[in-house]
Design a protein around this ligand. Sequence first.
Ligand SMILES: O=C[C@H](O)COP(=O)(O)O
Length: 242
Amino acid sequence: MRKVVIAGNWKMYKTQAQALEFLQGFMLELDNVPEEREIILCAPFTDLALLSKNLHGSRVQLGAQNVHWEEAGAYTGEISGPMLAEIGVRYVVVGHSERRQYFGETDQTVNLRLKAAQKYGLTPILCVGETKQQRDAGETEILIYTQLEKALVGVDQEKLIIAYEPIWAIGTGDTCEAKEANRIIGLIRSRLSNQNVPIQYGGSVKPTNIDEIMAQPEIDGALVGGASLEPQSFSRIVNYQV
Ligand SMILES: O=C[C@H](O)COP(=O)(O)O
Protein backbone atom coordinates (compact mmCIF):
# COMPACT_ATOMS: atom_id res chain seq x y z
CA MET A 1 0.00 0.00 0.00
CA ARG A 2 1.53 3.32 -1.06
CA LYS A 3 1.55 6.21 1.40
CA VAL A 4 -0.03 9.59 0.59
CA VAL A 5 2.47 12.39 1.18
CA ILE A 6 1.66 16.09 0.89
CA ALA A 7 4.69 18.35 1.30
CA GLY A 8 4.90 22.12 1.32
CA ASN A 9 8.17 23.51 -0.03
CA TRP A 10 8.54 27.03 1.32
CA LYS A 11 11.67 27.68 -0.79
CA MET A 12 13.33 30.95 0.38
CA TYR A 13 10.23 32.32 2.08
CA LYS A 14 9.32 32.92 5.74
CA THR A 15 11.24 34.40 8.63
CA GLN A 16 10.76 32.68 11.97
CA ALA A 17 8.01 35.13 12.88
CA GLN A 18 6.20 34.37 9.63
CA ALA A 19 6.65 30.62 10.12
CA LEU A 20 5.02 30.82 13.56
CA GLU A 21 2.18 32.90 12.19
CA PHE A 22 1.60 30.25 9.53
CA LEU A 23 1.40 27.49 12.15
CA GLN A 24 -1.19 29.41 14.17
CA GLY A 25 -3.63 29.24 11.29
CA PHE A 26 -2.59 25.93 9.74
CA MET A 27 -2.62 23.66 12.81
CA LEU A 28 -6.29 24.51 13.49
CA GLU A 29 -7.31 23.06 10.13
CA LEU A 30 -5.91 19.55 10.47
CA ASP A 31 -8.55 17.86 12.61
CA ASN A 32 -10.39 16.31 9.69
CA VAL A 33 -7.38 15.26 7.60
CA PRO A 34 -7.38 11.45 7.39
CA GLU A 35 -4.60 10.03 9.56
CA GLU A 36 -2.91 8.13 6.77
CA ARG A 37 -1.95 11.34 4.93
CA GLU A 38 1.62 12.37 5.75
CA ILE A 39 1.99 16.15 5.98
CA ILE A 40 5.44 17.73 5.66
CA LEU A 41 6.72 21.30 5.79
CA CYS A 42 10.06 21.80 4.00
CA ALA A 43 11.23 25.08 5.48
CA PRO A 44 14.34 27.27 5.19
CA PHE A 45 17.21 26.19 7.47
CA THR A 46 16.72 29.14 9.85
CA ASP A 47 13.13 28.08 10.59
CA LEU A 48 13.79 24.40 11.22
CA ALA A 49 14.77 24.35 14.92
CA LEU A 50 11.90 26.63 15.87
CA LEU A 51 9.40 24.67 13.82
CA SER A 52 10.70 21.44 15.29
CA LYS A 53 9.93 22.70 18.79
CA ASN A 54 6.50 23.93 17.78
CA LEU A 55 5.54 20.83 15.81
CA HIS A 56 6.67 18.41 18.52
CA GLY A 57 3.89 15.94 19.23
CA SER A 58 1.88 17.05 16.20
CA ARG A 59 1.25 15.07 13.02
CA VAL A 60 3.19 17.51 10.84
CA GLN A 61 6.70 16.38 9.91
CA LEU A 62 9.63 18.59 9.13
CA GLY A 63 11.70 18.65 5.95
CA ALA A 64 14.76 20.57 4.74
CA GLN A 65 15.47 21.71 1.18
CA ASN A 66 19.06 20.50 0.79
CA VAL A 67 21.68 18.28 2.43
CA HIS A 68 25.40 17.84 1.80
CA TRP A 69 26.91 14.39 1.27
CA GLU A 70 29.65 14.71 3.90
CA GLU A 71 29.08 14.37 7.62
CA ALA A 72 31.10 17.54 8.29
CA GLY A 73 33.83 19.53 6.58
CA ALA A 74 34.98 22.73 4.92
CA TYR A 75 31.87 23.26 2.77
CA THR A 76 30.84 26.86 3.33
CA GLY A 77 27.12 27.40 3.00
CA GLU A 78 26.16 23.72 3.13
CA ILE A 79 24.39 21.67 5.82
CA SER A 80 24.92 18.06 6.85
CA GLY A 81 22.57 15.17 7.53
CA PRO A 82 23.47 14.90 11.24
CA MET A 83 22.81 18.65 11.70
CA LEU A 84 19.31 18.23 10.28
CA ALA A 85 18.54 14.96 12.02
CA GLU A 86 19.63 16.37 15.40
CA ILE A 87 16.88 18.99 15.34
CA GLY A 88 14.12 16.61 14.30
CA VAL A 89 14.13 16.96 10.52
CA ARG A 90 12.84 13.75 8.89
CA TYR A 91 12.70 14.59 5.17
CA VAL A 92 14.80 16.53 2.68
CA VAL A 93 14.15 17.74 -0.86
CA VAL A 94 16.96 16.67 -3.20
CA GLY A 95 17.53 17.67 -6.80
CA HIS A 96 14.86 20.34 -7.03
CA SER A 97 15.01 21.98 -10.47
CA GLU A 98 15.88 25.33 -8.84
CA ARG A 99 18.98 23.70 -7.30
CA ARG A 100 19.84 22.15 -10.67
CA GLN A 101 19.29 25.43 -12.52
CA TYR A 102 20.88 28.00 -10.18
CA PHE A 103 23.34 26.06 -8.01
CA GLY A 104 25.02 23.58 -10.32
CA GLU A 105 23.27 20.48 -9.01
CA THR A 106 23.90 17.50 -11.28
CA ASP A 107 22.58 13.95 -11.37
CA GLN A 108 25.86 12.90 -9.71
CA THR A 109 25.59 15.34 -6.79
CA VAL A 110 21.91 14.45 -6.47
CA ASN A 111 22.94 10.82 -6.10
CA LEU A 112 25.49 11.71 -3.38
CA ARG A 113 22.92 13.78 -1.50
CA LEU A 114 20.28 11.03 -1.68
CA LYS A 115 22.67 8.45 -0.22
CA ALA A 116 23.83 10.84 2.51
CA ALA A 117 20.25 11.70 3.47
CA GLN A 118 19.45 8.02 3.92
CA LYS A 119 22.70 7.35 5.78
CA TYR A 120 21.74 9.93 8.40
CA GLY A 121 18.15 8.77 8.75
CA LEU A 122 16.42 11.31 6.52
CA THR A 123 13.95 10.33 3.79
CA PRO A 124 14.82 12.18 0.59
CA ILE A 125 12.23 13.60 -1.80
CA LEU A 126 13.92 13.27 -5.19
CA CYS A 127 12.68 15.78 -7.78
CA VAL A 128 12.72 14.98 -11.49
CA GLY A 129 11.15 16.76 -14.45
CA GLU A 130 11.62 18.25 -17.87
CA THR A 131 11.82 21.78 -19.26
CA LYS A 132 9.30 23.12 -21.77
CA GLN A 133 11.91 22.82 -24.47
CA GLN A 134 12.57 19.16 -23.65
CA ARG A 135 8.83 18.43 -23.60
CA ASP A 136 8.30 20.12 -26.96
CA ALA A 137 11.19 18.13 -28.40
CA GLY A 138 9.60 14.86 -27.25
CA GLU A 139 12.42 14.21 -24.78
CA THR A 140 10.39 14.07 -21.55
CA GLU A 141 10.50 10.32 -21.02
CA ILE A 142 14.17 9.82 -21.84
CA LEU A 143 15.20 12.80 -19.71
CA ILE A 144 13.30 11.49 -16.71
CA TYR A 145 14.59 7.95 -17.15
CA THR A 146 18.15 9.30 -17.25
CA GLN A 147 17.61 11.46 -14.15
CA LEU A 148 16.21 8.44 -12.29
CA GLU A 149 18.87 6.02 -13.43
CA LYS A 150 21.75 8.29 -12.40
CA ALA A 151 20.19 9.53 -9.20
CA LEU A 152 19.20 6.13 -7.85
CA VAL A 153 22.51 4.25 -8.06
CA GLY A 154 23.03 2.71 -4.61
CA VAL A 155 19.90 4.36 -3.20
CA ASP A 156 17.57 2.40 -0.91
CA GLN A 157 14.11 2.55 -2.48
CA GLU A 158 12.51 1.61 0.84
CA LYS A 159 13.26 5.10 2.19
CA LEU A 160 12.49 7.30 -0.75
CA ILE A 161 9.86 9.65 -2.13
CA ILE A 162 9.91 10.92 -5.71
CA ALA A 163 8.32 14.12 -6.99
CA TYR A 164 7.55 14.60 -10.68
CA GLU A 165 7.84 18.32 -11.27
CA PRO A 166 7.64 19.46 -14.89
CA ILE A 167 9.76 22.63 -14.77
CA TRP A 168 7.39 24.55 -17.05
CA ALA A 169 4.61 24.06 -14.50
CA ILE A 170 6.54 25.36 -11.47
CA GLY A 171 5.33 28.73 -10.22
CA THR A 172 3.70 29.49 -13.56
CA GLY A 173 0.07 28.64 -12.90
CA ASP A 174 0.44 26.36 -15.93
CA THR A 175 -0.39 23.00 -14.31
CA CYS A 176 0.37 19.80 -16.13
CA GLU A 177 -2.94 18.11 -17.02
CA ALA A 178 -3.75 15.66 -14.23
CA LYS A 179 -4.00 12.76 -16.69
CA GLU A 180 -0.62 13.58 -18.21
CA ALA A 181 0.99 13.83 -14.76
CA ASN A 182 -0.60 10.48 -13.98
CA ARG A 183 0.88 8.98 -17.15
CA ILE A 184 4.41 10.21 -16.43
CA ILE A 185 4.21 9.10 -12.81
CA GLY A 186 3.15 5.64 -13.99
CA LEU A 187 6.24 5.58 -16.24
CA ILE A 188 8.45 6.64 -13.33
CA ARG A 189 7.01 3.80 -11.25
CA SER A 190 7.74 1.33 -14.03
CA ARG A 191 11.47 2.14 -13.64
CA LEU A 192 11.55 1.46 -9.88
CA SER A 193 12.37 -1.80 -8.17
CA ASN A 194 10.13 -0.93 -5.21
CA GLN A 195 6.53 -0.39 -6.28
CA ASN A 196 5.65 1.23 -2.93
CA VAL A 197 7.72 4.39 -3.40
CA PRO A 198 5.27 7.32 -3.04
CA ILE A 199 5.40 9.53 -6.16
CA GLN A 200 4.13 13.08 -5.90
CA TYR A 201 3.16 15.62 -8.51
CA GLY A 202 4.50 19.19 -8.18
CA GLY A 203 3.95 22.30 -10.27
CA SER A 204 1.25 24.93 -9.63
CA VAL A 205 -0.74 22.69 -7.29
CA LYS A 206 -3.58 24.79 -5.86
CA PRO A 207 -6.74 24.35 -3.77
CA THR A 208 -8.64 24.45 -7.07
CA ASN A 209 -6.83 21.54 -8.76
CA ILE A 210 -5.71 19.29 -5.87
CA ASP A 211 -8.88 17.17 -5.91
CA GLU A 212 -8.46 16.28 -9.57
CA ILE A 213 -4.74 15.60 -9.12
CA MET A 214 -5.31 13.30 -6.16
CA ALA A 215 -8.08 11.47 -8.01
CA GLN A 216 -5.44 10.05 -10.39
CA PRO A 217 -4.55 6.46 -9.54
CA GLU A 218 -0.76 6.80 -9.93
CA ILE A 219 -0.39 10.06 -7.99
CA ASP A 220 0.40 9.61 -4.30
CA GLY A 221 0.65 13.20 -3.17
CA ALA A 222 1.88 16.66 -4.00
CA LEU A 223 4.94 18.85 -3.57
CA VAL A 224 3.50 22.31 -3.20
CA GLY A 225 5.41 25.58 -3.54
CA GLY A 226 3.48 28.88 -3.65
CA ALA A 227 0.19 27.46 -2.36
CA SER A 228 1.90 26.08 0.77
CA LEU A 229 2.75 29.58 2.02
CA GLU A 230 -0.76 30.51 3.13
CA PRO A 231 -2.39 28.47 5.92
CA GLN A 232 -5.83 28.54 4.29
CA SER A 233 -4.64 27.38 0.92
CA PHE A 234 -2.28 24.68 2.19
CA SER A 235 -4.89 23.39 4.62
CA ARG A 236 -7.38 23.05 1.75
CA ILE A 237 -4.74 21.07 -0.13
CA VAL A 238 -4.06 18.62 2.71
CA ASN A 239 -7.83 18.35 3.18
CA TYR A 240 -8.29 17.35 -0.48
CA GLN A 241 -11.56 15.60 -1.26
CA VAL A 242 -11.70 12.21 -2.90
O1 LIG B 1 8.69 22.35 -4.82
C1 LIG B 1 7.67 22.82 -5.29
C2 LIG B 1 7.55 23.10 -6.68
O2 LIG B 1 8.66 23.73 -7.20
C3 LIG B 1 6.25 23.67 -7.12
O3 LIG B 1 6.16 25.06 -6.91
P1 LIG B 1 4.74 25.79 -7.20
O4 LIG B 1 3.72 25.01 -6.45
O5 LIG B 1 4.93 27.18 -6.67
O6 LIG B 1 4.54 25.73 -8.67
